[in-house]
Design a protein around this ligand. Structure first.
Ligand SMILES: [Mg+2]
Length: 248
């Protein structure tokens, strides 16, 4: 058995089936103690909400946390300042105030509460019927001003303006480098379109059995031996996938 890096989404991927989670936690705890495997939670949630979920659902203490859509990395849930090295990578070609000065002119964009914002994440609500005409204009305006940002429109309502490297998949790659764990010993898991950056181009990815239709459709178009679509739901699907890839 070799140590591996498990990077999993939380809502409806790791969390959602308490009984299966308990079994998976037991196996992961054993594996981590014996072989030094790493557990990473990757989520769009902000840190306080993530901590709350971890408490309620009795989650194992992770080796690292990637929160706020990949814009903050913590090596311990107790830390209050995100990893400075990752923060520096994000800050390249990013100035929140200057970017905000452009986006605030768009009356169609409604700023989300302060609790959803951080230095590397400007979050708005944007109605689906307006997105089609607004997004190309916004992209062009930002580009003309010299900003190369990552614009993510989620679930037909949330517009996330992130640094170019503000991406969950790139955050996992950063951790691979920190721990010197190669891609073939890294497994990522997700359940919805938001997790595509975690699953696209990886050597081992698990899509849980309860995955949303849009992610299943993406899987059908991109299916290959690196991606495993589980039959079981949530933590049960992760367990099934880890067995499929020979990690457990
Ligand atoms: Mg999810």
């Amino acid at each position: 058995m070799t140590p591996f890096l498990l990077a999993t989404d939380l809502d409806n991927t790791l969390v959602g089936d308490d009984a299966a989670l308990e079994i998976l936690n037991r196996k992961l705890t054993h594996h981590r103690q014996k072989y030094g495997s790493k557990i990473v939670y990757v989520t769009g949630r902000m840190l306080p909400v993530c901590r709350q979920l971890a408490r309620v659902k009795n989650l194992l203490t992770p080796d690292a946390l990637i929160v706020a859509l990949g814009t903050e990395i913590y090596f311990s849930p107790q830390e209050t300042t995100p990893n400075p090295e990752w923060s520096e990578i994000l800050t390249h070609n990013w100035d929140r105030d200057e970017i905000f000065a452009i986006t605030k002119n768009y009356t169609e964009l409604q700023l989300q509460p302060e609790s959803e914002q951080n230095f590397w994440k400007i979050s708005y609500y944007l109605a689906e019927w307006e997105a089609e005409k607004i997004l190309p204009r916004l992209k062009a305006d930002l580009k003309d001003a010299g900003w190369e940002v990552n614009l993510v429109y989620l679930a037909g309502q949330d517009l996330e303006i992130l640094p170019k490297n503000g991406d969950k998949g790139l955050a996992v790659r950063f951790l691979q480098q920190q721990w010197q764990i190669p891609p073939e010993l890294t497994v990522t898991c997700g359940d919805c379109l938001q997790d595509i950056t975690l699953l696209n181009g990886v050597e081992k990815g698990i899509i849980v059995g309860n995955a949303q239709l849009e992610l299943r459709q993406w899987y059908q178009k991109n299916r290959n031996d690196s991606l495993y679509l589980a039959k079981e739901f949530c933590a049960g699907g992760i367990l099934e996938g880890l067995e499929h890839f020979g990690f457990l």
